[in-house]
Every structure is written in structure tokens, then in C-alpha cells.
Write a protein that binds this ligand. Structure first.
Ligand SMILES: [Zn+2]
Length: 229
């Protein structure tokens, strides 16, 4: 996420550094001001150490803030201890916390229903609001916690399965959330195989038709300009 001169990398999963360098135009990790982990799972945090190294130029420049839930840092940490000294600061994400990184302000809501400590985010980027619903099982309060005009939502499954051991959302859940929180634009992302096989752009089109609300499916390298939403 880039606002004014502030750059924040959210959930650097495996391959983040390579993707930054291969992107056109190239994204320069040494221009990052912060890195945020919504939770400690590997697909969200696999490259966090690599990205801390890149942001701080191998520790030569002490800079940047890392935002992460406590369980990503405490026992069995995903952030290596020797790298933490390279950072200007580590801020622990907690329930209903308010945070600021340069020109980016954001808050957390209550903990998600997920096997590890997990937080979604509400960004206030005046005059816009953006909500990010990261991994979670559906719970009744979920729609009311994320009311941003742009809703970015992690949807792993096309159809709900009875007792999902990994606690993820399905398209059915997304529909319920959209109808209650009424975003101007919904962006679907973080697809599992059932979503990939169903062609996410077609799922988005069908959801748009069914709800009468704007929906797009994210793809690698997608750039979203808030001024155009
Ligand atoms: Zn997860």
C-alpha cells in the first residue's frame, strides 16, 4: 500500500522479494516504511525476514516499523530475533488498536476466528476508507467490523464446507458480508484451488450480477487507484 510518500508491505508471503524486483515498474523494498503481518501463517509471513533485510539494506540502515500480532513474535516466532534490531520499531497488533505509519492510519477490530492470532484492518486514507478482511471463519459480527468503501477480502473457498479445519471464508460468506457492509467496491483475493478452478474473474462477475454491487477478482500485479474507485 502506498499513500503519499508512505509505503507499507502487508503480508509478505513466499516470493515477495522476487515479485517486487520482477514487477514492472520495479518495486524498491528499500523504500518501504513498514511491514505488517495480519497473522503468522506461512502464506502471509513466509518472506517477512527477507523483506526486513531488504527494507533495511541488510541492516545497514536502521529503519521501518514492523506490525505483527504477539504470537508471531513470541514463542515459535516467525520473525527472526537477530533482524529485529534492524528495525526502528516493532509494534504489536492487538484487538481494537489504532496505529499510524507516516500517512497511513489504520485500526484493528476483534480477533478473527482462525487457528492463530489474526487481525483484519480498517484503513483511513482521507477521504477514502479501505477494509481488509484477512483469513477467518465467518462469525456474526464480521460484517459490522469492516465497513470501508473498498473491501478487500480473502476468499479461499468457492463453496462452504461443513467443518473447515483451517477457518476460511467462502463466496457464500462474502455475499453475506457485502449485503450487510455495502462496500462501493469488493476485491476478492487469496484464492484456494476451488476458486482458481472456477476462474475468479467469472466468480466475481456472477457475484456482481447477483448482488448488484461492484466486485473484481485480484490478480498478481493488480494496481488499484483509490482516486478511481
Ligand atoms: Zn491463515
Amino acid at each position: 500500500m502506498s499513500v503519499g510518500g508512505t509505503n507499507l508491505c502487508i503480508d509478505p508471503g513466499p516470493g515477495s522479494l522476487i515479485r517486487c524486483l520482477r514487477s514492472k515498474p520495479k518495486l524498491d523494498p528499500s523504500s518501504l516504511d513498514g511491514i505488517l503481518l495480519t497473522h503468522r501463517h506461512l502464506d502471509h509471513a513466509g518472506d517477512v525476514n527477507v523483506m526486513i533485510e531488504a527494507m533495511t539494506e541488510g541492516g545497514h540502515k536502521k529503519r521501518g516499523i514492523l506490525f505483527a500480532p504477539e504470537d508471531a513474535l513470541e514463542k515459535d516466532p516467525v520473525v527472526l530475533k537477530y533482524l529485529r534490531g534492524y528495525l526502528e520499531k516493532v509494534e504489536i497488533l492487538r484487538e481494537n488498536g489504532r496505529y499510524r505509519l507516516g500517512e497511513i492510519s489504520f485500526s484493528t477490530a476483534q480477533k478473527h476466528h482462525h487457528p492463530v492470532e489474526t487481525y483484519g484492518l480498517n484503513f483511513n486514507i482521507s477521504p477514502h476508507t479501505v477494509s481488509l478482511i484477512t483469513d477467518t471463519r465467518y462469525f456474526p459480527e464480521l460484517p459490522s467490523l469492516y465497513r470501508g468503501e473498498v473491501l478487500i477480502i480473502h476468499v479461499v473457498r468457492l463453496n462452504p464446507i461443513g467443518n473447515d479445519p483451517v477457518d476460511h471464508l467462502s463466496i457464500e460468506d462474502v455475499k453475506t458480508i457485502m449485503q450487510k457492509s455495502k462496500p462501493t467496491l469488493t476485491v476478492l483475493t487469496h484464492f484456494g484451488m476451488t476458486m482458481v478452478k472456477a476462474k475468479p474473474w467469472e466468480v466475481a462477475k456472477a457475484l456482481e450480477k447477483e448482488t448488484g454491487m461492484k466486485v473484481i477478482a485480484a490478480s498478481d500485479g493488480l494496481k488499484l487507484d483509490l482516486k478511481e474507485v
